[in-house]
Design a binder for this molecule. Structure first.
Ligand code: SF4
Length: 179
């Protein structure tokens, strides 16, 4: 039986709600990448691994603060990776911004999470080659440069309402003006 509901308090009742398994699918490989990346940095440069872990955490928080706040999915369970919900617990939404410009301006904060461990792995294999280093390096590169982008494009972000505005999913549109 249908009933008239006024002032419904159910958040996102009429919008997309990304399932927990999809959020896990998005985040578990990222965590694995951070762990393997820290291991590579540890093997190559010792205690610099602590700085790597701290930077990874900082980069995620900066991503919430600098990028997610400008996103229409902020505070919504429509966010494919769950950041939108978590970020809203710590930061306030910014209205009226150009999400594509903001995304392109700040996305570089995430680059060291991928490229510092890559550099550490290459340095390690060049200077002190061994099988365990090679195995970890391969696992890191497969997760970071193949698995994460593929999951994001073919699963997590595939059903996102904002994919046409997002420079990650539509890089060719990234330089256009806001519609
Ligand atoms: S869709 Fe992307 S930018 Fe938007 S809230 Fe989620 S993680 Fe942040």
């Amino acid at each position: 039986m249908e009933s008239e509901i006024t002032g419904c308090s159910i958040r996102d009742a009429c919008g997309r709600v990304v399932s927990v398994w999809l959020i896990m699918l998005d985040n578990v490989p990222t965590v694995a990448m951070f762990v393997l990346g820290a291991v590579l940095v540890r093997m190559a440069w010792g205690s610099a691994a602590i700085a790597m872990v701290l930077y990874d955490l900082l980069a995620v928080v900066l991503f919430w603060r600098l990028i997610c706040r400008h996103c229409a999915q902020f505070g919504s369970r429509a966010c494919p990776c769950g950041y939108g919900v978590v970020a809203a617990k710590f930061f306030k939404k910014m209205e009226g911004g150009d999400f594509r410009k903001v995304f392109r301006r700040y996305i570089a904060i995430m680059y060291p999470c991928w490229f510092v461990p890559l550099a550490a792995g290459i340095h390690l294999l060049y200077s002190r080659f061994n099988k365990s280093a090679l195995t970890i390096f391969i696992a890191f590169t497969v997760i970071a440069f193949i698995l994460i982008p593929v999951i994001s494009r073919l699963v997590g972000c595939k059903g996102c309402d904002l994919k046409d505005q997002c420079p990650w999913m539509r890089p060719g549109r990234a330089s256009e003006a806001q519609p």
